[in-house]
Design a protein around this ligand. Sequence first.
Ligand SMILES: Cc1cc2nc3c(=O)[nH]c(=O)nc-3n(C[C@H](O)[C@H](O)[C@H](O)COP(=O)(O)O)c2cc1C
Length: 194
Amino acid sequence: MKIRILLVSVALLALCVIPGFAQQKAGSPADSRNPADFIVNHYAARSQFVAGAISRADLDTILQAGINAPSAMNRQPWHFTVVQTQALAKKMVNDIDEGSVLIIISAAKSDNSIVLDCGLATESIYLAAQALGYGSRIYTGPINNINKNLKADLGLPRDYSAVALVRIGKVKAGVDAVSAASKRSKVEDKVNFK
Ligand SMILES: Cc1cc2nc3c(=O)[nH]c(=O)nc-3n(C[C@H](O)[C@H](O)[C@H](O)COP(=O)(O)O)c2cc1C
């Protein structure tokens, strides 16, 4: 498990030092890929999800990635709620597959830093899941419904509100960012150097 945590950490670090990667086909098993692939080549699974269990060891690694996310002044303002009960998960994502989980990221306040902190934890969870070979997708669409109707069912800490959720599950074999991700902008359209 330590090796997996290390791989995810190296992948996050690589984002800072590798200036630009084209979207490339990553056909090999997750563990033999360049660590930067986990960050550069990802996609938001939806129709690609299939039924199948997530191991407890992998779930722990994914949660550790969220716990280890950076935050302003290291406040770590988040709480993570893992939803494994299908009936409850369906109230948030109605087409969720058997064995998939939802991780709700919540916080007590929502100033700019806290929203950003929670966004970073969300991204770390999203990427860690894909680094381990699962599909993942970030959702904010269900957040209003969660905060209005489901806080008690979810057992969110007192005064916390949901900020985002990540859906994680098994995906069809052979799906990758090349086959599944939407088109992205060109680097030259989004970046300037001075
Ligand atoms: C902050 C945020 C909120 C999102 N909310 C939703 C959502 O409510 N429903 C949904 O289907 N996808 C949602 N997505 C997924 C995006 O639509 C997806 O990441 C984007 O279209 C890129 O997809 P791709 O990587 O597969 O090309 C969200 C993504 C982000 C980053």
